[in-house]
Design a protein around this ligand. Structure first.
Ligand code: BGC
Length: 359
């Protein structure tokens, strides 16, 4: 298809906030997406809600694009291509997920080669989070290099690709570190059975590992979601188990949980921290003891955030290989976009609430 059509010239609805200010979230009418955002016009189908969105809505995180007061939120997306120029590798009707991060302008050595998830300046932008409008609008535009095509069988669950890309990266880096020596991991410990923990467990099971997920709840969907993966669900003490773990993927960001997994894994253990903590609650840490066991155990503790195109593509394969009914059950609420406020209010049994713009 050639030039962008003017079918949608009347503007569109978008969920926006004034970053840094609580209680400013609103569904407002904004202009159609600018051509500068890219030649592919996408109809938004669904937007996932995560802790980062709640922080943005609470005024604790996020920045608007330069010169704008409001930020369109939404970084976990699924859309359908409406219009695309010939020769882009996409066709009208394709299901796509938009990548979140864009390289810094410099670009730094990592951004220059597409490894923007490892940006060295911190001057990257992120759609729906940092300096760039997100996907929570009826339509958006995107460049082909930031759109990832997904299998049409995933039309109900493809919105899980962005969080899957985050854990795909975490696993890739765990495995890269593991290659420092001969490494035959068996036991994986995952702290937190939220979306990131469950998807990390899925990838662990896809690797044939013995996966143990720790959370506090005894009811709701989490225990069954874990056991249906062939993993073990625990509500007992993390500290009693961590010494068995070859790999720990920490997905809560809760300071006391982080403390429990530091310096206590099986020899040569690798601890990947993925949860973004809020801070402000100092805990006592015996640095000498933690250092001693990390050194004597060749333990690695590292942080992991975001994902690049390679991780989205590998994540799309992981989702296509997963049981789709299991993925559907991770999406615990589907809220029509006009009722968007409901999706941004936490409920005890939530795993992943999503906002549906179109079906
Ligand atoms: C997103 C990442 C992003 C991070 C920090 C997370 O919620 O999934 O893509 O890099 O927040 O802004």
């Amino acid at each position: 298809m050639g030039a962008p059509s003017s079918r949608h010239d009347g503007g569109m609805l978008a969920i926006t906030v004034v970053p840094g200010q609580a209680d400013t979230a609103d569904l407002i009418e904004i202009d159609e997406p600018p051509l500068d955002d890219g030649p592919i016009l996408v109809q938004t189908m669904s937007i996932g809600v995560c802790g980062t969105d709640l922080e943005i809505v609470d005024g604790d995180y996020g920045t608007a694009p330069a010169g704008a007061d409001r930020l369109v939120i939404g970084h976990e997306s699924l859309g359908r291509v409406l219009e695309v120029p010939d020769g882009c590798g996409f066709a009208a009707g394709d299901l796509v997920v938009g990548i979140v991060r864009r390289p810094d302008e410099l670009p730094c050595s990592n951004c220059a080669v597409g490894e923007w998830d490892m940006c060295r300046t911190g001057d990257y932008t992120e759609r729906g989070i940092k300096g760039r409008h997100g996907y929570a609008s009826e339509r958006y535009r995107i460049r082909p290099d930031y759109a990832v095509k997904i299998d049409s069988r995933l039309h109900h669950v493809g919105v899980l690709l962005e969080p899957t890309s985050v854990v795909t990266k975490a696993w890739e880096h765990v495995e890269a570190i593991g290659r420092r020596a001969r490494w035959e991991p068996q036991v994986v410990m995952i702290t937190g059975a939220g979306p990131i923990g469950l998807l990390a467990a899925l990838l662990g099971r896809q690797r044939g590992l013995d996966v143990h997920v720790f959370d506090r709840v005894t009811d709701g969907p989490k225990p069954d979601l874990v056991t249906e993966l062939g993993a073990t669900y625990h509500i007992d003490d993390i500290g009693d188990f961590v010494h068995r773990a070859d790999v720990v993927i920490e997905c809560t960001g809760v300071a006391s949980v982080v403390l429990d997994v530091l310096g206590g894994t099986a020899p040569d253990g690798i601890v990947c921290l993925t949860g973004v903590s809020t801070g402000g609650r100092p805990l006592p840490l015996d640095v000498g003891t933690a250092n001693r066991s990390i050194v004597l155990g060749n333990e690695v503790v590292f942080g992991s955030v975001n994902a690049n195109r390679r991780h989205y593509e590998a994540g799309a394969v992981a989702l296509a290989n997963a049981d789709i009914t299991w993925l559907e059950r991770m999406i615990t609420r589907r809220v029509p976009f006009r009722d968007w406020r409901e999706a941004l209010t936490r409920r005890p049994d939530d795993v992943k609430p999503i906002i549906e713009f179109a079906s």
